[in-house]
Design a protein around this ligand. Structure first.
Ligand SMILES: Nc1ncnc2c1ncn2[C@@H]1O[C@H](COP(=O)(O)OP(=O)(O)O)[C@@H](O)[C@H]1O
Ligand SMILES: [Mg+2]
Length: 266
């Protein structure tokens, strides 16, 4: 369970570039919830993830995870409980190391293959086979040779090989071509379901936001301005979301093509 209580964050305080990126934000997330997060560029979505993961300390407020106050916990310690994926498939893996070594590193073997037993190598092979990307026969190839979609799929395995308390996905399919994005989203759903993970997923895609998960948040100006779940969400269409955004924020969600098109034709 994640509890975020009244967190605020100002970047470059006291300067001309001062920016209030999180504004007294509160959020409670139950175990096993899969939440999608949408909002215009600059709304504070990635900053929210940074605050949760400990990339910086918030100016105010409190964050607890599984009952433990992590507000002042350094990022590297939070990383033991929090998995995080980014838009850029180059982040999060060691490109010069093989797939097998990357998985071994993620599993906690310090990256040295000699330390991953043959039993575990079999497990890696089976995990890769389930991706249905042919990677089970490429375990000795460097990560750097994989396509963006393949890398994000393996990064997803790495982030969940020891199931985290919380999985943060920050537009992890936005840099992929539509077919690869669909594939990685399908894998995401499976991985989250298999381990009953608690997951927050930022997406630029409104269709994905309504289709995946059980609850959708919309952010604007460092706040959560809409929080829908259950039957209300079930009957919602993209147009309804846009309409709700407009009526609450008093402005139209920026006409970013990515926000309006479906994953298939974006
Ligand atoms: N490290 C930083 N230093 C200064 N300003 C930042 C930093 N990170 C984010 N911001 C600013 O905070 C606001 C929110 O950014 P961000 O959380 O990245 O938005 P989103 O992910 O919703 O597009 C933006 O105005 C952005 O320019
Ligand atoms: Mg962002």
């Amino acid at each position: 369970m994640l509890n975020i209580s009244h967190i605020s964050k100002t970047f470059n305080p006291g300067t001309a570039d001062s920016k209030l990126a999180l504004d007294d934000l509160c959020l409670d997330v139950d175990d096993g919830e899969f939440i999608t997060i949408i909002g215009a560029n600059g709304a504070g979505k990635s900053t929210l993830f940074g605050a949760i993961a400990g990339s910086f300390f918030t100016d105010e407020g409190r964050i607890t995870l599984d009952g433990e106050d992590i507000t002042m916990m350094p990022e590297y310690l939070r990383a033991r409980k929090i998995g995080r994926l980014f838009q850029d498939p180059m982040r999060g893996t060691a490109p010069g190391m093989t797939i097998e070594e990357n998985l071994s590193l993620a599993a906690g073997h310090g990256g040295w293959l000699s330390m991953a037993g043959s039993g575990q190598k079999k497990e890696f092979r089976e995990m890769l086979r389930q991706l249905e990307m042919g990677l089970e026969d490429r375990m000795k190839q460097p990560m750097g040779l994989l396509s963006g979609g393949q890398r994000q799929a393996v990064t997803l395995l790495m982030a969940t090989i020891n199931p985290p308390s919380l999985l943060l996905l920050d537009e992890h399919t936005a840099a992929l071509d539509p077919a690869a994005a669909d594939k990685v989203l399908a894998i995401t759903e499976e991985v989250v379901k298999k381990d009953h993970l608690t997951c927050l997923m930022i997406t630029h895609n409104m269709q994905s936001a309504l289709k995946l998960g059980t609850r959708t948040l919309m952010m604007d100006a460092g706040r959560i301005i809409l929080d829908v779940s259950g039957s209300e969400r079930g009957s919602m269409k993209v147009e309804d979301l846009l309409e709700r955004f407009k009526s609450i924020s008093g402005k139209a969600l920026d006409n970013d093509r990515m926000l309006l098109t479906s994953e298939k034709d974006s």
